[in-house]
Design a protein around this ligand. Structure first.
Ligand SMILES: [Zn+2]
Length: 69
């Protein structure tokens, strides 16, 4: 298997560290996000929305819309 390399330290990226971060959308709204960081030098390789938190927030939003909470 060929691994990608970190753009900063040039090491093969075989694992990444996951850090929880806030993704701000303005107006005080936002999501819980995650950043994927090089395990060796902590350079941020990618940022995304936390899929588990997104699912939970979506369910909460649907229930709220239905007046169940
Ligand atoms: Zn690195």
């Amino acid at each position: 298997m060929i691994y990608g390399t970190c753009p900063k330290c040039n090491a093969s990226v075989m694992s990444v560290n996951l850090k929880e971060i806030k993704v701000n959308a303005g107006n005080g709204t936002g999501w819980i996000g995650v950043s994927y960081q090089c395990a060796l030098c902590n350079t941020v390789l990618s940022v995304g929305i936390d899929p588990v938190a997104l699912k939970t927030d979506t369910i909460k939003g649907v229930l709220k819309g239905l007046g169940k909470t």
